[in-house]
Design a protein around this ligand. Structure first.
Ligand SMILES: O=C[C@H](O)[C@H](O)[C@H](O)COP(=O)(O)O
Length: 280
């Protein structure tokens, strides 16, 4: 491993261990485990606490990779739709940990770089507390600045029309993600869908808008919530890799649970060996 790669890996690990230390309590019963390379260290940090700490916990995966991580670590697992119910509703996960491709100053996220966004959103929104873990490269003032495309999960049959609509919404060159080099043809998600990567200009947050602006394409830039609402109206789009709206804390008691997609905190491993915590 080169020094640079080594530094990135150790910063992911630091962030993951710190996030687990701060947010995984021994009393917890259900814990969401996200996808990607950083979450590997989340599972490692959990295992390092020993069976006495985690034996009462059940871990909920966000796809085939995290299922593998949970199983290999010997942790007990259930799928998101297998949680026990209370009064007809599934119990909330106590916490969910996941990586991110980009995090803005309001804790909005881009996710789906590894094609796992849909189940990740199911798990994050089923949790009382959602925690993002990443290295410092993911920190950004606005989404689509460093990670320039939004991953969008689509029904394969609908892909040509979704591409057409995305272009009409100002995305210059949306493309269906290829499965190469590991798979010929398209990248197929855990749900049997395809991913379209749609480039957009850096996304605005609410405070960027003046009182007369509605967030629809000002100077070619969209405000996150407005863009997300428009994307989710397009037939054939199953889910989008924007995690936006409220975070768990803000949503409590406000009846806004369905919009609680943002983390309550993001942990960033820094190149100097520190961990920076961005709280809601
Ligand atoms: O589809 C993949 C997920 O959204 C990942 O959580 C995201 O891509 C971050 O992955 P990594 O930790 O490998 O940077």
């Amino acid at each position: 491993m080169s020094l640079a790669v080594d530094l990135i890996e150790s910063s992911k690990k630091l962030a993951a261990y710190r996030a687990v230390e701060d947010h995984l309590l021994p009393s917890y019963k259900f814990v969401g485990i996200g996808s990607g390379s950083t979450v590997v260290y989340v599972v490692e940090a959990i295992v390092s606490k020993g069976p006495a700490f985690y034996s009462g916990m059940t871990f909920v995966p966000t796809g085939s990779q995290s299922k593998g991580l949970i199983k290999t670590a010997g942790l007990s697992m259930c799928y998101v739709d297998e949680r026990p119910t209370v009064n007809g509703s599934p119990v909330a996960l106590d916490v969910a940990f996941d990586g991110a491709d980009e995090v803005d100053e309001d804790l909005n996220l881009i996710k789906g770089g590894g094609a796992c966004l849909f189940q990740e959103k199911l798990v994050a929104t089923a949790a009382n507390k959602f925690i993002a873990v990443a290295d410092s490269r993911k920190q950004s003032p606005r989404l689509c600045t460093k990670w320039k495309t939004i991953p969008i999960e689509v029904l394969p049959l609908a892909a040509p029309d979704v591409l057409r609509r995305l272009r009409a919404m100002g995305s210059p060159s949306p493309t269906v993600r290829s499965g190469l080099p590991s798979k010929a043809g398209e990248c197929v998600t855990d749900n049997g869908m395809w991913i379209i990567d749609a480039p957009f200009s850096p996304l605005l947050i609410r405070k960027d808008l003046s009182s007369t602006e509605d967030g629809c394409g000002r100077n070619g830039s969209w405000e996150i919530q407005t863009l997300a609402d428009e994307l989710l109206k397009v037939p054939g789009i199953i889910e989008i890799g924007l995690f936006y709206g409220f975070n768990g804390n803000q949503a409590l008691g406000l009846g806004k649970e369905l919009q609680a997609q943002k983390p309550v905190a993001a942990y960033f491993g820094m190149p100097d060996g520190q961990v920076q915590v961005q709280n809601a």
